[in-house]
Design a protein around this ligand. Structure first.
Ligand code: GLU
Length: 509
């Protein structure tokens, strides 16, 4: 789709390879992808790797793996063909140089030779010190030196290039989420746009690339909102059209904003997938915890965007259909892994195969598989599948261990405890009868028939069945008792009832 100006909508995700992608970045990628898909536009992946000091090997690989796992495909960009190649900033240094020179020539940027220590001292001495039109006259930069001296200084000294922000000018722009924003230029820093190692900084390179790559909408995290006035100045200095800005609300974990540098002290997982790379250590990724890629998309889509319908279980096509920028919230979003599990549960239905593989592996490892076969396991899986929240062996086992091993612990609710204490004679009597029946009827179907009968009787029998459930699986949870009995064999049933009955009744002597 073309926008008002007959321009194809082009959005980009521009991560820096300074660590593994977390779900904040993944959400930015997803919203860009959705917006492009919704508008028949193009979604571009660009790697912002100008900060060599913070570069972390394999973060690009991890990022690509994550996008693939979630099925977020980009149309153009890193590793793909495209008209605006290269899509990695370290290969575009010549381009940036050209525009840096242009700004310098027009006296809109300048060389600065100040030593770091000196600037630190200034910052200590003058509270709220900002390097800009109010202070730059007293500092060591090309604005205060004649041309001859400058050529010498450049040859001999380390320098950076700073943007010359205007004096006392209102900078206004419009953000699609946060509305009209105005800031006085005196509050801005003459940001370094070119480092001493002759690489551009993010602020400069991203403006140049967004313009040259014909980006129409810059959709990115709110942490960049405060830098946007600076970017506006660069666009204006170069006489370029300003793209639309869409800043997404921050994602918060228990202990504040999530970030690559702050991932130890939180409970909610923040990384999408496992890592194949030695130097990238990921613990507790959504994948490892058992979240499915299609649920992760649903989970992340709702981190800041609220559809106008009353349903939160939405597949990617529905999300694309319903998505509008207007429905993105301003307020920060708290991660909530419980909700993620709830969403994931709704996607488990067709994953019998994945569950079978995990369960089988676990049973083989614990040397109990030989008692079972795939058919039986599939029957069990069908019985428990709508109780599973996560495709991981812990959650699967939690929901079906009682088919394979007898319980080691009992959980008896107070109500039943009281019932046992006050009705011990009656219950023992009943169990006695059941026992006689079981001894006479060495046949599982008959046992099931007996329990069915018990079930149809009211009052006490209902509680007796609960006790039997506890005897068989250790607690009251679990699927329909008769379904459990159908799977267990005769010996297991008798053994569990008789074995645990003794323990329980002794306990209440
Ligand atoms: N390279 C920036 C980052 O690491 C991208 C910010 C932007 O999208 O402009 O997030």
């Amino acid at each position: 789709m073309k926008n008002k100006f007959n321009k194809i909508i082009r959005v980009r995700f521009a991560p820096s390879p300074t660590g593994p992608l977390h779900i904040g970045g993944l959400r930015t990628a997803l919203y860009n992808y959705i917006y492009a898909k919704k508008n028949n536009g193009k979604f571009i992946l660009r790697i912002d790797d100008t900060d060599k000091k913070r570069f972390i090997k394999n973060s690009i690989n991890y990022l690509i793996d994550s996008l693939k796992w979630c099925n977020i495909n980009y149309d153009e960009g890193y590793g793909k063909k495209g008209k605006y190649k290269p899509y990695i900033q370290s290969k575009r240094l010549k381009i940036y140089k050209k525009y840096i020179n242009k700004l310098i020539k027009n006296k809109l940027a300048y060389y600065a030779f100040d030593k770091k220590n000196k600037l630190k001292l200034y910052k200590k001495k003058y509270k709220n010190f900002i390097y800009n039109s109010l202070t730059r006259k007293n500092l060591n930069n090309s604005l205060n030196i004649n041309n001859k001296k400058l050529t010498k200084l450049i040859k001999k000294n380390k320098y950076v290039i700073r943007l010359k922000t205007p004096y006392n000018k209102q900078i206004t722009f419009y953000d699609k989420i946060y509305g009209k924003i105005t800031i006085n230029s005196n509050q801005l820093d003459d940001k370094i746009i070119y480092r001493s190692n002759k690489t551009p900084t993010y602020h400069f390179a991203n403006v140049i690339d967004d313009h040259l790559m014909n980006i129409t909408h810059v959709i990115r995290g709110k942490e960049w909102l405060s830098s946007t006035p600076l970017h506006i100045i660069i666009y204006n200095y170069l006489n370029w059209k300003i793209p639309k800005f869409v800043h997404l609300p921050l994602l918060l974990n228990n202990k504040g904003k999530i970030s690559k540098r702050n991932f130890n002290n939180n409970n909610n997982p923040i990384y999408p997938i496992k890592s194949k790379y030695k130097n990238i250590k990921i613990k507790n990724s959504y994948e490892e915890l058992g979240i499915l890629p299609e649920s992760l998309i649903n989970i992340i889509a709702l981190l800041g965007w609220k559809p106008k319908i009353n349903n939160e279980i939405l597949n990617i096509n529905t999300i694309i259909k319903l998505f509008t920028l207007k429905d993105i919230n301003k307020s920060d979003v708290h991660l909530n892994f419980k909700k993620s599990c709830w969403i994931n549960k709704k996607y488990i239905n067709n994953n019998n195969k994945k569950i079978l593989i995990l369960l089988k592996k676990y049973l083989i490892f614990n040397k109990i598989y030989h008692y079972y076969n795939d058919k039986l396991l599939n029957t069990i899986i069908n019985l428990i599948i709508n109780r599973i929240k996560l495709i991981n062996i812990n959650d699967i086992w939690y929901n079906c261990y009682y088919f394979f091993i007898r319980p080691k612990k009992f959980y008896i609710p107070l109500k039943i405890k009281k019932y046992i204490i006050y009705n011990k004679k009656k219950i023992i009597n009943l169990f006695f009868k059941i026992n006689i029946f079981l001894k006479k009827n060495h046949n599982k179907n008959k046992i099931i028939l007996l329990f069915k009968k018990l079930q149809n009787n009211n009052n006490d029998y209902y509680l007796i069945l609960k006790i039997i459930r506890i005897l068989i699986i250790g607690e009251l949870k679990g699927i329909y008792l008769l379904d459990i009995l159908n799977i267990l064999n005769y010996k297991q049933i008798i053994f569990r009832i008789n074995y645990f009955k003794k323990i329980i009744f002794n306990y209440y002597k």
